[in-house]
Write a protein that binds this ligand. Sequence first.
Ligand code: ATP
Ligand code: MG
Length: 446
Amino acid sequence: MDKARILIVDDELILRESLQAWLSRDDYHVEAVAGGEEALQRIREVHFDIVFLDIKLEGMSGLEVLEQVRDLDPDTVVIMITAYGSISTAVEAMKKGAQDYLLKPFEPETLNVVIEKNLESGERIRENIYLRQQQKEQARFENLLGQSRAMLEVFELIRDVAPMESTVLISGETGTGKELAAKAIHSNSSRCQGPFVAVNCGALPEHLMESELFGHQKGAFTDARETRKGRLELACGGTLFLDEIGEVSSRMQIDLLRVLEERVFYRVGGTQPLKADFRVLTATNKDLREEVARKAFREDLFYRLNVVSLEMPPLRRRKEDIPLLADYFRNRFAQETNKEVDGFSRAAVDEMMLYEWPGNVRELQNAVERAVVVVKKRFIEPGDLPISSQPQAESGDLSLAGLEKAHIAQILEQTNWNITRSAGILGIDRSTLYKKINRYNLRQKS
Ligand SMILES: Nc1ncnc2c1ncn2[C@@H]1O[C@H](COP(=O)(O)OP(=O)(O)OP(=O)(O)O)[C@@H](O)[C@H]1O
Ligand SMILES: [Mg+2]
């Protein structure tokens, strides 16, 4: 490592000079200044590994300087220098992000101990970042990122089922990456050169759905002026991804079942059987087994679709993926917006780790995107993130629904009840947000 850079900030000339002389004998690069302004000036110009900062300074107080150093260069270790009588201030300084304090008068040797200890921990932090970056190479599967055990298991399952022709039912909460998982299966299958055709089964009314899926023959119905291929036909040679499969009507369930059993289908109004040469993947954020139990979903179709089941874990069950994902999104959005955003403050990371992410990865992605847009400094702070660490589910006395309600209310206030923006931040669609507003009886304060 390069020479460690140390800055001493103290208004006592003697202390300054003797410390500088003492430390310069060792292999450190040492500078000393008398006041806060000068110190900040230097810190703006170059990085210091350690800053020794007197609590009592003329002009700007040590605490004010500390706060600004944390903003300017969060990687700098700050050690407060304090006298008896101001220990409580030193404790406050530690809460504000100082790493340690030295009590005056001290033996110069103490200084070396403190320096070595803190340089070493700084080194370790950097080493961790390095390790994390190395892991990052392996911590992705196609476009899915993750290094948690839960995600590594997902990757393994995808790798195993991809080459087979079996249908896969991908389940999981909104925003957990179900569609990305489907694409990853397709890309790793023998059909990867063929098309990947996605159909959102929740988006279309039944009468349009049929012709959307199966296509139609010219003259099959009044509007059918031309013969048109449906999604099934377009998916031939590749993969058909039926998203939101829990939303299909009972009529359509019968039609799909027939296709899966007979492996042929017909255009609406057509008589020519077409070969169902595609692999079927489906996704749902409903508990389909429950839908079967309450007779809203056909059991025979369920078993056809659920040959292999892939469950995408919610983000709150794999919080160790949060730093990796957050950093990936930060980097991406910083590049897209041409902004220099170097990372997250420690407090911002803590905040993200505490939060429960009801909208899962999509919500995290949206939160980071917003933070990159609004951040004024090079490091994202908690205030830049559209989340706030209320007591979370683990605290017991609060119900999940209560938390969700409070969170939604807060986002709505933040956006001045802009439904589109709120839905975006929450990572849910507008109709879901409306449903929740009604369920929780939320009203705009006038
Ligand atoms: N593991 C991940 N790594 C990187 N990006 C992810 C990951 N999981 C999700 N995303 C991103 O989050 C967003 C939501 O993912 P996706 O659309 O696959 O979720 P979904 O489960 O299909 O959600 P929904 O149920 O709401 O349709 C996408 O922008 C996707 O790129
Ligand atoms: Mg989806």
